[in-house]
Ligand binder design. Sequence first.
Ligand code: GP9
Ligand code: MN
Length: 422
Amino acid sequence: DSEDVAKIKKEIQDRYVSPSQDYFKLAQNRNVIVISMESLQDFVINMKIEGKEVTPFLNSLVEDEETFYFDQIYNQTGQGKTSDAEFILDNSLYGMPQGSAYVNKAQNTFQSTPGILKEYGYTSASFHGNYKTFWNRNEMYRSQGYDRFYDASYYDMNERNTKNYGLKDKPFFEESMPILQGLPEPFYAKFITLSNHFPFEMDEWDTNFPQANTNDKVVNQYFQSANYLDSALSKFFTGLKKSGLYDRSIIVLYGDHYGISENHNEAMAEIIGKEITPFESLKLQEVPVFIHIPGVKTGDYPQPIGGQLDIRPTLLHLLGVETNQYLGLGTDLLAKGHIELTPLRNGDFVSNDISMINQRYYDSKSGKMISYEEEFDQLTQAAREKLDLSDEILTKDLLRFYHPAGFTPINREDYQYVQDDE
Ligand code: GP9
Ligand code: MN
């Protein structure tokens, strides 16, 4: 109703951070390729096992002059795991405090990236080597305006090419390429990788990368499996170059959530060479984020603290799409006014000076616990308000009352995902 609309408008106004003109439109009209990297945590970047880089391809992107690499981005997911990350990326809102927004809020109204880019002539598609009902994707995608959903039924799911949840990343990208080439341009294409999933076990024919050498099998296997993901990404980039799509695209890669839980702290302490204190646990919530724009030098760019919610405004501004009509709770990582206070889904937060973990405060630089001071309340409150607002939007389905100028409401009846032979 009108009170809600007034509230939404006020929140948008208060939270809006204008883009930096140095970066706005840098990738205008380009195809967007977003890659969700399953369970990839930032600590593996530039890490070596037995002298070998775990992620040589991603490490090369870190050094690449045409890449923004952000190494202080926290995952803001909850129980919805991969689906929460997807939701955050497409809406710049949090998932739910409990459960999954994809499962529970698929009937809500959203102003998601596929809908926003539709106004700019984009076709949207999601690619994933698991079946469409997993995480209720086939329902949520309708409310987010995904034109197409290429799920497991489009891929050769033979035994050699699959493990636990579905298709391995190499055949996934290989088989996706001809479909991607067939999409009308410009497109917004999301690729959700899968094989670097707990418990990270590999088929021996898929890897010759060494395992780590701890007493913990899951941790040992993680590096092999992350290395496989990295080499699948490398091959995909080669394919993009061959197809000619590469130069017309902007490519976003992000880790979806942690892979190694706190149950594996003992082995993780060996791996990173430090005791896993609560502060180190927080640092392990960092996920790598890359934005690669072929042919465009990124120069000396800001590398702030941020979260997954910040990726959408960053991307939209690079595409030259203004965000001041949309209720997103993140801010552009490249903007001067970017807000570094980054609340995690569990209520903890990170900021430039102070972090809060489980109601205790830490110095963000030294990692040392510090005693409470009244001035921290402002941050604590701002963090809480952001989470509460996001929850209110989802719970009350508030966006159904709000009609951004120049945005055609997404009508979920216009979308469904049925294979021709079903
Ligand atoms: C399943 C895949 C993995 O389709 O997205 O889900 P996760 O367990 O990481 O949420
Ligand atoms: Mn996942």
